[in-house]
Design a protein around this ligand. Structure first.
Ligand SMILES: [Zn+2]
Length: 375
């Protein structure tokens, strides 16, 4: 166990109930660079939780040997409220059942009015300006009102993440390859990070207006940098990873990914020592085809994840097991672009209109709908 494992008690909705949030800290508080990594904000997505369990072990060893230079905060199970929600045996960890809110949407917009609030106080020294911005962000986090259990949980996470140089939020898809989502401003840094961790691909993210967890901490810096240029550098990089599908909790794979995160923490100077050169290749996808099912039934996939398909290829078949005509052909779903099978529905039962499969590639699809947030 690391020396600083903190248990935060979160209030429940009614008397006699509460939740516990566990936070692991490595290095000296206030040391730089500061990294904040969490998993399980969507509490039914366990791969990241396993990875951070492994990363905790690696960091405890690094701390033991005096290698931690910065400050590193890990929250392996960031949503104790959600992980305790279940319906008929299935964890309901994406939305708070009491209010219907998505745990990873509508985070506070700290960028609102920020430039005007700081304009008169900013000087010409970029480092001092970064400190000034962090103090203002701290004030804004402190002003948040814990008016519900979900908000109290959000504040507990935000208090630990708001001033980090690196914020990472680990999620998983349904059945999927692993990928990293990054905004255009972060693309080059994201490529290095993705290669270090060893995820399959890099995909565009951000800009949806949803204010996901990572955006909550990065958008203020992007906004200030646009307004004031080099006087306020972007002092927080924030990323959302999809660490494969919900079944991807295999310990050896989790340990490999944990080594990848450790490599990147070395690269940015949080941990002493040179980061070994990453040999992982990362695909960069700009275009996507998202396909829904035109019928209910049982879905079959001819390809494996990671296979490439061409326009016209059948990428899913929907069988109606109750069709009166025993020779009735299945309903076919075809690709309209050359693409890689990146993610798809885990359950082999589909309803009319359900999402079925997503292709990633480099050419615009001729059909399908706009890429949705897949976290
Ligand atoms: Zn998620």
């Amino acid at each position: 166990m690391p020396s600083a494992a903190e248990t935060i008690v979160l209030p429940g909705a009614v008397p006699g109930t509460s939740r516990q949030l566990r936070v692991f800290s490595f290095g000296e508080p206030g040391a730089r660079p500061k990294a904040y990594i969490q998993a399980g904000l969507h509490a039914d997505e366990p791969p990241g939780m396993m990875i951070l369990r492994e990363l905790c072990k690696l960091l405890a060893a690094a701390e033991e040997s005096g290698q931690i230079v910065g400050e590193i905060i890990l929250v392996p199970m960031a949503n104790p409220l959600g992980v305790d929600q279940a319906l008929n045996g299935a964890v309901m960890g994406r939305f708070e059942l009491r209010t219907g809110i998505n745990f990873n949407r509508a985070w506070p917009d700290f960028s609102s009015g920020l430039a005007d609030a700081l304009r008169k106080r900013l000087g010409d020294n970029a480092e001092e300006n970064v400190e000034l911005v962090r103090r203002e962000l701290k004030r804004r986090v402190a002003a948040l009102r814990a008016d519900s259990p979900a908000m109290a949980q959000r504040i507990a996470l935000a208090r630990r993440a708001f001033d980090a140089d690196l914020v990472v939020d680990l999620h998983s898809d349904d059945e999927s390859l692993s990928y990293l989502m990054a905004s255009p401003e972060q693309w080059e840094e994201a490529k290095r990070f993705a290669a270090d961790v060893g995820v399959h691909s890099l995909q565009p993210g951000g800009g949806s207006g949803a204010i996901c967890f990572d955006e909550c901490f990065m958008l203020p810096w992007i906004a200030l940098n646009k307004e004031f240029g080099d006087r306020v550098p972007v002092a927080c990089n924030a990323f959302t990873f999809e660490m494969g599908g919900v079944l991807d909790v295999e310990p050896k794979q989790s340990a490999r990914y944990a080594q990848g995160f450790l490599r990147y923490l070395r690269r940015i100077g949080c941990i002493a020592g040179a980061a070994p050169r990453s040999r992982n290749g990362v695909e960069e996808f700009e275009e996507f085809e998202m396909l829904d099912s035109p019928a209910g039934g049982i879905v079959l996939y001819p390809q494996a994840l990671g296979d490439w398909v061409s326009p016209g290829d059948v990428i899913a078949e929907i069988v109606d097991p109750s069709a009166p005509d025993l020779e009735a052909p299945p309903v076919q779903i075809k690709a309209s672009m050359k693409g890689c099978v990146v993610s798809r529905r885990l359950s082999r039962q589909v309803a009319f209109g359900d999402f079925v499969v997503m292709l990633g590639g480099h050419e615009k699809p001729k059909s399908g709908k706009q890429k949705l947030l897949m976290d």
